[in-house]
Design a protein around this ligand. Structure first.
Ligand SMILES: [Zn+2]
Length: 112
């Protein structure tokens, strides 16, 4: 939807239209982008908070993370080496995500 302002030119009696379509469009794009980042961060945060992850400390190179259900099915044993799977502290990841969310929310879009 394009917005416009109508002003009447008194000397000619004509109407002059000032269109704000592109202006609004730009603002919309910026807001959509912000919303997208915000949503992605929230989804990731929810995921990290909702899931306890387990990993094998013995397999240092393995970056495989198991959520509770997977770890449970594996009897909390690493499928590669048989070592016990230990719960990963994902508090740091959660803190980083929360900080980034706070920054995103403080960032006010202004194109004036
Ligand atoms: Zn292992």
């Amino acid at each position: 939807m394009a917005q416009f302002r109508r002003i009447r030119d008194k000397s000619t009696g004509w109407f002059i239209y000032y269109w704000w379509h592109e202006f609004d469009y730009l603002e919309e794009i910026l807001n959509e982008k912000k919303k997208f980042v915000d949503t992605k961060l929230r989804e990731r945060l929810r995921f990290e908070v909702d899931n306890y992850f387990f990993l094998c400390k013995n397999c240092q190179t393995s970056k495989t993370k198991y959520n509770f259900d997977d770890a449970f099915e594996l009897n909390f044993r690493c499928p590669d080496c048989g070592s016990p799977l230990v719960a990963q502290d994902n508090q740091k990841i959660i803190d980083v995500l929360k900080n980034r969310l706070a920054v995103t929310q403080k960032f006010k879009i202004s194109i004036n």
